[in-house]
Design a protein around this ligand. Structure first.
Ligand SMILES: Cc1ncc(C[n+]2csc(CCOP(=O)(O)OP(=O)(O)O)c2C)c(N)n1
Ligand SMILES: [Mg+2]
Length: 346
């Protein structure tokens, strides 16, 4: 079938790709819900949730060259990581403090690190990943300019994607990373997941402008605001940013607006700073049933398919938990090993 190049990028996606995107949103949600349950059972120490942010994250993963382009994620990027290729059981292993790929159980969970997927390890200090992503993008540009790699070679990283929350853009590192990306026209995408809260601080306590993207002009990059609960709209916005990066046109600041449906983490009681009505209003805009209805309406998914996906997601979560639960605990002396390279303790 001939591809109509005037269509929105999302409208050019194959039906099987759209179903796959739905699958990763659903899988992330079910894993996340299970993490809350096992935390409340006292079986894991900590959880920080991506519920409400799956659409944006899955769209972002699908718009880049997954597993090849560099990604410097943030702690809430569970759906992004699954869509990039993280095995669900590896997430569960990290929750249980066992031998996960990211750190062998030495890091807190949610500090994703997958060399095979070009996902770099992050710090617990928010926003440090932004200058790191600018550095990766600088290296990509430098290698292309020196003729070390062909700019069109899709087997090589051609951009660096980084994610963070809106509250984290108050940090100095954000300014430094964005400024560097703007000055050098770097192939970087900064995806701000604006979920309206930084722990208990609402957006208007963090910034005096309506949108994080309003600051883009100060860095000389385009600033784009998109509905983060609309997976196809985010895909379109990401596709435009990817095209700019691949074409050597520079960085993009993309702000996806959404809502943090859960408390900040398993250690936070959000009833102290926001009303239940507000949370319920946003739950009603949940991106997962919205995308499901769209797919059913377009004849891309049947209700029977959707039910089968649900059953498959639950089975996959059960399997992942079982693998993690039955895995051995690391030996105490392994805590002395390194995070970034094998050491004597390994
Ligand atoms: C430099 C720094 N300050 C404070 C913290 C503690 N902290 C962890 S997450 C967080 C909130 C960040 O909010 P936001 O950037 O909006 O991301 P969200 O959690 O809402 O996704 C804070 C203050 C930290 N990790 N690093
Ligand atoms: Mg936030």
């Amino acid at each position: 079938m001939a591809v109509n190049s005037t269509l929105r990028p999302a409208m050019r996606l194959a039906e099987s790709t759209l179903r796959e995107m739905y699958w990763f949103m659903l899988l992330s949600r079910r894993l996340d819900e299970r993490a809350w349950a096992i935390h409340r059972q006292g079986r894991i120490a900590f959880h920080i949730s991506a519920i409400g942010q799956e659409a944006t994250q899955v769209a972002a993963a699908f718009a880049i060259n997954r597993g090849v382009d560099y990604v410097a994620p943030y702690y809430r990027d569970l759906a992004l990581m699954l869509a990039l290729g993280m095995p669900p059981e590896d997430f569960m292993l990290s929750l249980f403090g066992k031998h996960d790929i990211s750190s062998g159980g030495r890091q807190m969970p949610f500090h994703w690190s997958y060399k095979n997927l070009n996902v770099i390890s992050g710090s617990a200090v928010v926003t440090t990943q932004v200058p790191q992503a600018a550095g990766l993008a600088f290296a990509i540009q430098y290698r292309q300019r020196c003729g070390m790699v062909d700019p069109a070679d899709a087997t090589q990283p051609r951009l660096a994607l980084t994610c963070l929350g809106e509250g984290s853009t108050s940090q100095g590192e954000w300014h430094e990373g964005m400024n560097w990306a703007g000055v050098h026209k770097l192939p970087m995408i900064c995806l701000v997941q604006n979920n309206m809260y930084a722990i208990s601080e609402k957006t208007d306590q963090q910034m005096a402008v309506a949108n994080v993207a309003d600051r883009a002009s100060a860095y000389g990059v385009p600033g784009v605001v998109v509905d983060g609960n609309d997976v196809l709209a985010v895909y379109d916005a990401m596709a435009a940013a990817v095209e700019r990066a691949y074409n050597g046109d520079g960085a993009t600041l993309l702000e996806a607006k959404m809502y943090r449906i859960t408390p900040h983490s398993s250690d936070d009681d959000d009833r102290t700073y926001r009303s239940r009505e507000e949370v319920e209003q946003w739950k009603a805009r949940d991106a997962i049933p919205r995308f499901k209805q769209y797919l059913i309406g377009e004849g891309i998914l049947s209700q029977a398919d959707a039910d089968a996906y649900d059953a498959r997601a639950r089975a996959e979560v059960d399997r992942a938990q079982q693998v993690a639960d039955s895995a051995p605990m690391p030996a105490p002396e392994e805590a002395l090993g390194d995070l970034y390279a094998p050491s004597d303790a390994d």
